[in-house]
Design a protein around this ligand. Structure first.
Ligand code: 5GP
Length: 116
């Protein structure tokens, strides 16, 4: 069984976070160390450690993460200017927290996706 991270405590509201959206499938909250004016993390309530652990039964949750990203982008006023959705996975992807999360970044030009 996978070990819980701090994100499970945020979902259960056992530790504080600036939650901008929550339903039965996903939770979204502002990143503690924002890289852009809007930086929100959208996560499944179910503990899926990484993108490499996604199962077919998770497809509804993953789809919800995208529709919630769209809603938050609209709420934040960045839908028109554009934004970036990032899912880091594993060691080379530099995933720090082992609970699947989608970064929603926007509010400024974000530059190239990768350096170089
Ligand atoms: P990763 O590198 O795993 O894709 O991104 C993890 C993200 O989680 C980082 O952007 C980091 O700032 C954010 N983060 C880590 N711990 C916390 C926390 O306790 N609260 C919040 N709101 N964000 C966190």
């Amino acid at each position: 069984m996978s070990e819980e991270t701090i994100f499970s405590k945020i979902i259960r509201k056992e530790i504080p976070a600036d939650i901008v959206y929550q339903d039965e499938l996903v939770t979204a909250f502002r990143d503690i160390n924002p890289q852009s004016p809007t930086h929100v993390l959208i996560i499944p309530n179910k503990l899926i450690p990484t993108a490499a652990d996604v199962e077919p039964e998770d497809e509804a949750t993953l789809g919800k993460m995208f529709s919630v990203a769209r809603k938050i982008a609209e709420d934040e006023g960045i839908a028109g200017s554009g934004y970036r959705l990032i899912v880091n996975c594993g060691q080379n992807g530099l995933q720090e927290v082992q609970h699947l999360h989608m970064h929603l970044l926007g509010g400024r030009p974000l530059g190239r996706m990768l350096p170089g």
